[in-house]
Design a protein around this ligand. Structure first.
Ligand SMILES: [Zn+2]
Length: 508
């Protein structure tokens, strides 16, 4: 550290005499001040660039630097076998058990692998990194609690930072979203280096949760970079069995489940069981789920790992599987999706005002005027959602239907939505839509007595009752995952079996 400062100050003197050509003693302070103001950033760069390793002992090792630029990481990913990793010394304890962020286990692994640097191909870089690392002293942190109405421009001066620092950080724009939406009570931690006479922000952390920290750090190569640091939570498996007396909510609560877990359970089986209408006393469920612990304390419930629900004597089972993108979905033990390819209902917050009736007689004319769809009455402007993934095959006005959209879903199925007040912006023929996407809004265009959606469901061109038609399953598990799926879910399902046996024994 001592040596670094020497180098730094000699550099500064050089700059001085070359730039001014005047005796240093007289104007030293004035010049120094203006130089610091104007060129503070450059000096910082020079200091960083010229600093050298002091006491080593880790010369032959490679440093895993969390802040390394991602492109660089890609370059080095394949050469990790020759290298050793050590943790960044000099940082606070907390940082040692923080891991580089990722959405899931596999990318986390990839990320940490990719941070390794090979000695042959990236020799000079490695040198710099090593020196950058060693010149970093133990950072001292200032903690600020965000007040109501606070923003970075108000907070930075409190820790001695300037408008220029605010600008340097603010120009990262969307990347620093958490810092732009500060909430009162949040903790911000600043590591500021003022050892060379000029103040520079080295690291800024926003504590998002006990597990997650958003971090901005100054790097030599890329300036400020951002990352989310995540501590590893310990997962402990929990099992619960319950029996319906009056409602799922009541049963879940008395079994000790949180509201969130009850909702998740209802969501998983919601495609097969209508929890408002189908439940009977004596229906029962078993589930395995994770609880997340940090430092020995439970912080929250994790995901449901597997569950079964017996409704009116019929048992449904679901097991969670996480794909390579870190997305967890629920499947039957056979690998079929728990979801269906279609939602039953295209509008929330509506009531059925007219049911499907192919033999309906017109109330006045007494002629056969079949109603080949279901009407959902709701306020004008209520969003209408695509019930399944598909493509817009018609959008426009269609006689008595008024403003109408027809979606085709893979050839066999079509759905029709009529009487809209308007279409969702951007909806046009040929456009792809996903299940749940808003396509338009409730209205009373065409022949309609009041605002409602007229919804039709056709299979191979033939109308079916949308409320009772047997809906196809959503995409099953992709073929490439099948082997892994069966191997990983088998022990979980065995646990579910034994849970079932013990709950049956308990009830007898
Ligand atoms: Zn209708």
């Amino acid at each position: 550290m001592k040596r670094n400062r020497l180098i730094a100050s000699s550099k500064r003197t050089n700059l001085f005499s070359e730039g001014s050509g005047r005796p240093l003693s007289k104007y030293r302070h004035l010049l120094l001040l203006s130089l610091l103001t104007l060129g503070g950033f450059f000096i910082t760069s020079i200091v960083l660039a010229t600093s050298e390793p002091v006491d080593s002992g880790i010369e032959s090792q490679v440093i895993a630097l969390p802040g390394l630029h991602s492109e660089h990481q890609q370059d080095t990913i394949t050469r990790q076998s020759e290298t050793k990793v050590i943790n960044l010394p000099g940082n606070e304890v907390q940082e040692n058990d923080l891991k580089n962020t990722s959405v899931n286990e596999s990318t986390k692994e990839a990320a940490s692998k990719s941070l390794l640097i090979d000695s042959e191909s990236t020799g000079p870089v490695r040198e710099e990194l090593t020196s950058a690392n060693k010149q970093a002293p133990a950072l001292e942190w200032d903690t600020i609690t965000v007040k109501s109405g606070d923003n970075l421009s108000l907070i930075f001066p409190r820790v001695g930072l300037t408008a220029r620092d605010v600008y340097q950080v603010a120009k990262l724009d969307k990347k620093i979203k958490p810092l732009l939406n500060l909430k009162p009570g949040q903790q911000l931690r600043f590591a500021i280096d003022d050892s060379n006479g000029n103040v520079s922000l080295q690291k800024l952390q926003l504590i998002i949760s006990p597990v997650e920290t958003f971090q901005l750090s100054l790097t030599e190569e890329d300036g400020y970079i951002v990352e989310t640091l995540k501590r590893d939570v310990e997962l402990r498996q929990q099992s619960v069995t319950g029996s319906i007396d009056s409602s799922l909510f009541q049963a879940g609560t008395s079994a000790g489940l949180s509201d969130n877990l009850i909702m998740e359970l209802a969501y998983i089986f919601g495609w097969d069981i209508d929890f408002a209408l189908d439940l009977r006393k004596g229906d029962h469920f078993n589930l395995l789920y994770n609880e997340e612990f940090l430092d020995g304390n439970k912080i929250k419930d994790g995901d449901i790992i597997a569950a079964e629900f017996t409704n009116r004597g019929k048992t449904f089972r679901a097991v969670r599987f996480v794909d390579d993108d870190g997305v967890g979905r629920y499947y039957t033990p056979e690998g079929d999706s728990m979801r269906k390819a279609f939602n039953r209902t295209p509008v929330h917050f509506s009531r059925i005002s007219s049911r499907y009736n192919p033999n309906r007689k017109h109330p006045v004319l007494k002629t056969n005027r079949p109603h080949r769809g279901v009407d959902y009455a709701a306020r004008t402007g209520t969003p209408i959602m695509a019930t399944g993934d598909g493509k817009v095959s018609f959008v426009g006005t269609k006689g008595g239907y008024g403003r109408t959209i027809v979606l085709s879903h893979g050839g066999k199925y079509t759905t029709l939505y009529a009487h809209m007040s308007r279409f969702k912006k951007g909806i046009k023929s040929g456009k792809r839509v996903s299940q749940g996407d808003v396509i338009g809004y409730i209205g009373s265009s065409g022949l309609a007595t009041g605002p409602h959606l007229h919804y039709e469901f056709r299979v191979n061109g033939v109308h079916h009752n949308p409320l009772t038609v047997s809906l196809p399953k959503a995409e099953p598990l992709p073929e490439k995952y099948r082997t892994r799926f069966f191997a990983s879910t088998q022990p979980i399902l065995a646990q579910l079996d034994s849970l079932q046996r013990s709950s049956v024994a308990l009830n007898e």
